[in-house]
Design a protein around this ligand. Structure first.
Ligand code: BES
Ligand code: MN
Ligand code: ZN
Length: 502
């Protein structure tokens, strides 16, 4: 897939060569100067006439007419040199790989040196390229009947960098590629419809991951879930024809099982709303209600590839939320694994119920730090829109670590408050310790506050991805559909995690 070489010669043969083009008029140095010489000054002319643009993210192709071993050169506009950073480089590579995919090129060389600046070193540029390659060329195949013609796709990229060590270069590309691949796996899980990805399928997928990366795996079946008293999780499953699965993966990267990070992902394979049924418009798209679980599984894949020195337990409560004669209903009172009782006021507020027991169970597995990810509320979309994940926490230092990881991943998060006023609303019930839906004001906040009741004293960060798990528009790093959001943030967070002094 990836190769790296230190010296580029004009006789080297490639279907395409990629060169980064900075906006610095008249100044052709390095490979650009050499190419301009080869083309007798024509390159400069193309820039002057605007046929070759250095505008950030513009992609232009020229043919070499046999003047060199390379058949075509793709120029990637990078804008002003001082403005280029990791995120922008990744976006530019994303646009490039989308263009390459459309051109159906199978082989390519990238002159990586032309993407580096004082701010962005070769290793980071390599990481950006690897990540963008995986993410931007992602495609969900779907279920249309298709011809048997073999599809052409890019399967070989040679990176040229004169000063970087070849192995280091290859390693950086591969790390970036792993981040992208993990994200794509999450996307595919989310894009798969609810009749094809049921709780049992999610459990099977987790088992495959475990086998590949030597994770410890535990799938709790309905009987065991009952024995453990996970009444909140079971209530949501009550109306379903499909048995629930509590999925646990353990990765041990430290000698002892300490400083354990618990990653908890909402795994509702389809959310009808239950008896508090959704509208006919609101129900469409609810196959994505396992986006949190997908992010956790995607992150575990990256963790399996990179093997950081950390301990992680991933917990995923999976079921659909359906209606039947046996389904749970408003006014029901249920008992969670923690012992806390819950008055059900809205069966569509099911995410917080399954997460309640999952968080308790993560703690039973030794989690000392918790991050939950969930497509939890429409309220977070009202508050933050479709491009920002809502975050809540009971421990600012832990939040800082998640925030830092999200910045590196280029996945925006924004903190929402956890105030006593909302905690009191969640605790306000005549018949139980908690209620699952204290009214629509500040939906996202009370949902988070509810989950916080189960994290208790354990440092915890909550990520509400209801707005960000899917997108209706194509973007530089992927097509419309599932985004795989938070996969990379979680993986980076785990990789860089430092225990907080108590
Ligand atoms: N899965 C939904 C949240 C959601 C909404 C995700 C839109 C993606 C897009 C969640 O289970 C839900 O139904 N939340 C309700 C809670 C309310 C009934 C208290 C909501 O936010 O409307
Ligand atoms: Mn719901
Ligand atoms: Zn839901």
């Amino acid at each position: 897939m990836f190769d790296s070489k230190s010296e580029f010669n004009f006789s080297n043969k490639h279907e395409g060569l990629v060169i980064g083009l900075f906006d610095r008029p008249e100044k052709f140095t390095g490979i650009l100067a050499k190419l301009d010489e080869l083309f007798e000054g024509q390159l400069k002319e193309l820039v002057k006439s605007g046929d070759l643009s250095a505008k950030f993210k513009s992609i232009n192709k020229i043919h070499t007419f046999g003047k060199m071993g390379v058949k075509r050169i793709w120029f990637v506009g990078l804008g002003k040199e001082k403005d280029l950073n990791f995120e922008k480089a990744r976006a530019a590579f994303g646009k490039l790989f989308k263009a390459i995919k459309i051109a159906k090129l199978e082989e390519l060389a990238i002159y990586l040196e032309s993407f580096t600046t004082r701010e962005l070193n070769g290793q980071d540029a390599a990481h950006a390229a690897g990540e963008a390659f995986a993410m931007a060329t992602y495609e969900f195949k779907g279920y249309k009947q298709r011809s048997n013609e073999p599809e052409k796709h890019l399967n070989s990229i040679t990176f040229y960098h004169e000063s970087l060590d070849k192995d280091e270069l290859k390693a950086s590309v591969t790390v970036g590629y792993s981040f992208g691949k993990g994200t794509n796996s999450a996307r595919t899980l989310v894009n798969t419809p609810g009749n094809i990805l049921k709780a049992g399928d999610m459990a099977d997928y987790a088992k495959e991951l475990a086998a590949k990366y030597e994770f410890e795996v535990e799938i709790l079946e309905k009987e065991e879930i009952e024995k453990l008293g996970m009444g909140a999780f079971l209530a949501v499953n009550q109306g379903s024809a499909e048995p629930p699965k509590m999925i646990v993966l353990k990765y041990q990267g430290k000698e002892d099982w300490k400083d354990v990070i618990g990653l908890v992902g909402k795994g509702i394979t389809f959310d009808t709303g239950g008896y508090s049924i959704k509208t006919k418009a609101g129900i469409v798209g609810m196959k994505s209600d396992m986006g949190g679980a997908a992010a956790v599984l995607g992150a575990m894949e990256i963790i399996g590839e990179l093997k950081p020195e950390q301990n992680v337990v991933a917990v995923i409560p999976s079921t659909d939320n359906m209606i039947s004669g046996s389904a749970f209903k408003p006014d029901d009172v249920i008992t969670s694994m923690s012992g806390k009782t819950i008055e059900v006021l809205n069966t569509d507020a099911e995410g917080r119920l399954v997460l309640a027991d999952a968080i308790t169970y993560a703690k039973h597995h030794g989690a000392e730090y918790l991050v939950d990810v969930a497509t939890l509320t429409g309220g977070v979309i009202t508050a933050l829109g479709l491009y920002t994940t809502g975050a809540m926490t009971n421990q600012e230092q832990l939040y800082e670590q998640v925030l830092e990881a999200s910045r590196e991943a280029g996945e925006r998060i924004w903190q929402l408050p956890l105030f006593d006023t909302e905690i009191e609303r969640v605790r306000n019930s005549k018949v139980a310790d908690l209620n699952n839906s204290p009214g629509s004001e500040g939906h996202a906040l009370v949902a988070g506050a509810f989950i916080g009741e189960f994290a208790e004293e354990t440092p915890w960060v909550h990520l509400d991805i209801a707005g960000t798990a899917t997108t209706s528009k194509d973007y530089d790093l992927g097509p419309a559909g599932a985004t795989g959001v938070m996969t990379r943030t979680l993986a980076l967070f785990v990789e860089r995690f430092e225990p907080i002094e108590k």
